[in-house]
Write a new protein. Structure first.
Length: 259
């Protein structure tokens, strides 16, 4: 199953269970880039609009480029009251702006690692006006140790090998943050790269946690029998430890100015 097919198959689940982004993160983008509601923003891979809506509510003009048709459909439905938001179905690699439009900010939430690195930073540079900004942000589980976390990680590791060849979660959040900052700064297209970090905590029961797991494309591609087996093992582990799992999410925002 290809990436767009995987996300197509879980669009509604993704929208239901994936977290939004801290208000402070959105405010830091706005304040550091000095954008106004007259500015034009380009979002790479908006998905179902977790970040899009945060900016649309503030009146920004946004063009989104999303690979998944089902996610685009959900996002368009959400944006019926935001006429300044338009979403096109295309891969970022193949997409071209109308009339060579330039943007004040290009941003991407939780998706930039999917873009072909041979053109990702270069194309963002070309799409930005002079003095424009690239904003990239992700979230990762906080690296916490507990008996339950260790048990779940061991369960998941058995199934990940059936669905993934690339696993960024092999790195700790701090390692990923440093790797992404170095990659951004060494691209040669951006200067004054800044990193902002935020942490939030949430608590879920077994069924809620399983929904979150299944919203990741690596698990969406598993055969149903295999996925159900994974779900059963994780649910049993959580219920054996009181029926709740509490974990933190670490958000990292990377912001660079076009050279």
């Amino acid at each position: 199953m290809k990436r767009n097919e995987a996300f197509n198959s879980i669009a509604e689940l993704y929208d239901e269970v994936r977290p939004s982004y801290p208000n402070k993160l959105i405010e830091d983008i706005i304040n550091n880039t000095k954008i106004t509601t007259e500015s034009s923003l380009l979002e790479i891979g908006p998905g179902t609009g977790k970040a899009t809506i945060k900016l649309a509510e503030k009146g920004f003009k946004i063009r989104g480029v999303e690979l998944s048709e089902n996610m685009t459909k959900l996002l368009r439905e959400k944006c019926t009251n935001y006429p300044k938001v338009e979403v096109e179905v295309a891969s970022f690699e193949s997409w071209q702006p109308k009339n060579d439009e330039k943007y004040q900010v290009v941003y991407c939430a939780q998706a930039f690692h999917w873009i072909d690195k041979a053109l990702s930073y270069k194309k963002c540079y070309e799409l930005l006006e002079d003095g424009g900004y690239l904003a990239l942000f992700w979230y990762q589980p906080v690296a916490e140790k507990s008996e339950l976390k260790e048990e779940i990680n061991n369960i998941i590791s058995k199934y990940e090998s059936k669905s993934k060849t690339k696993n960024e979660e092999e790195h700790t959040p701090s390692q990923l943050t440093e790797m992404r900052k170095v990659e951004f700064a060494s691209s040669g297209f951006f200067k004054d790269v800044q990193v902002f970090e935020y942490t939030i905590e949430n608590s879920m029961n077994a069924k809620e946690y399983i929904k979150v797991i299944n919203s990741y494309s690596g698990f969406a591609v598993l055969e149903e029998a295999v996925r159900l087996s994974l779900d059963k093992e994780v649910e049993q582990a959580i219920n054996n430890h009181g029926g709740k799992i509490t974990s933190g999410l670490n958000y990292s925002l990377f912001l660079g100015k076009r050279i």
